[in-house]
Design a protein around this ligand. Structure first.
Ligand code: 13P
Length: 336
């Protein structure tokens, strides 16, 4: 394992207070988001939308890296430039989603596991040759009656550890994403306990599987009550529950944490990150940043609607949301 390469990639991604833009929606997820705003669900429309994102002037001011999907890393602009070249010229690091999505875990009704380990070393090599310097693997964990089960947590984190080992061996930084879903009626405290349980198990398993903690990026959920919960925490409560949970569960050897947004509104996700930095200024052992998809992209997608006459306005929204999250990363975001 070449530790210098892994460390250099991580430092570069987060340099100048930047974060990540996740734009690696799988075909079904991307199509679902397109359908919701009336955009035709074709490869060409997905190409045009992703082109809009990556050609946004000045994106690199707030975004150090983007996560791409397999279809996207192979696509080109209208002028025929590979997307990868556009990103490299802008100084934005390229990452790639390498998991193959989730399936129901046999024997565990309502719980899912993530597929994609078979053949992973070869696929990593192919993506590396295309310019990818980091990868992403997402596991999903549900809170509910008797969920998550021990068997589901262990199966998911074992896959995350094996994926991470393959990435580090290939000189690719693994983004490790154990997402506790927001769907459900759970309280803030239940989310806190489950997130801590999953993360503590994860890092124990990473120790067994010989993962070098200095060469990973953790992508967790914020600690937040379920979408059907009767009481939602304040911005300050979510911020403090989240940071206290991470402080108890994530070793200081991990260089960087970059949150997913998980279905929060763009405003909430930004305010939560901002509050964490205001409340814990100077106390955090890791870089604490963002790797949002919906919380950065949604206003842009709603504005574009598949019509190129909206491109400039849509790109302006992208820049604004990227910049507000950079400000939140510094604890200096103000809603105005
Ligand atoms: P959201 O920010 O929309 O949750 O997406 C992040 C992500 O990469 C999911 O895998």
């Amino acid at each position: 394992m070449n530790k210098e390469i892994l460390s250099a990639t991580i430092q570069e991604i987060f340099s100048n207070h930047r974060g990540l833009l996740a734009m690696d929606e799988s075909l079904p997820t991307c199509n679902k988001r397109f359908a919701a705003v009336g955009i035709p669900q074709t490869e060409e429309m997905r190409r045009r939308y992703r082109q809009l994102l990556i050609t946004t002037p000045g994106l690199q001011e707030s975004i150090g890296a983007v996560i791409l999907f397999d279809e996207t890393i192979r696509q080109k602009t209208n002028e025929g430039s590979p997307f990868t070249s556009v990103l490299q010229e802008a100084g934005i690091i390229i990452g790639i989603k390498v998991d193959k999505g989730t399936i129901l875990q046999p024997g565990f009704p309502n719980e899912k596991i993530t597929e994609g380990l078979d053949g992973l070393p070869n696929r990593l090599q192919e993506y590396k040759n295309m310019g990818a310097r980091f990868a992403k693997w997402r596991a999903v964990i549900r809170i509910g009656e008797n969920m998550p089960s021990r068997g589901n947590i262990e199966a998911n984190i074992h896959a995350l550890a094996r994926y991470s080992a393959c990435c580090q061996e290939a000189g690719i930084v693994p983004i490790v994403e154990p997402e506790i879903l927001m769907e459900g009626n759970h309280t803030l405290l239940q989310c806190f306990k489950t997130t801590a349980r999953v993360l503590k198990n994860l890092f124990y398993n990473f120790y067994i599987q010989r993962i070098w903690l200095g060469g990973i990026i953790l992508k967790p959920n914020m600690v937040i009550s379920g979408t059907g919960a009767s009481h939602t925490g304040s911005i300050g409560e979510v911020a403090s529950y989240t940071v206290e949970c991470l402080k108890q569960s994530v070793p200081a050897a991990v260089p960087a944490i970059a949150f997913l947004s998980g279905g929060q509104s763009p405003e909430d996700a930004t305010r939560h990150l901002n509050a964490m930095h205001q409340l814990y200024k100077g106390e955090l052992p890791w870089i604490l940043s963002f790797s949002f998809a919906r919380a950065i992209q949604q206003p842009t997608l709603d504005c574009w609607k598949g019509d190129d006459k909206n491109t400039v306005a849509a790109q302006k929204l992208l820049i604004e949301h990227a910049a507000t999250n950079k400000a939140a990363r510094m604890g200096i975001y103000t809603p105005s």
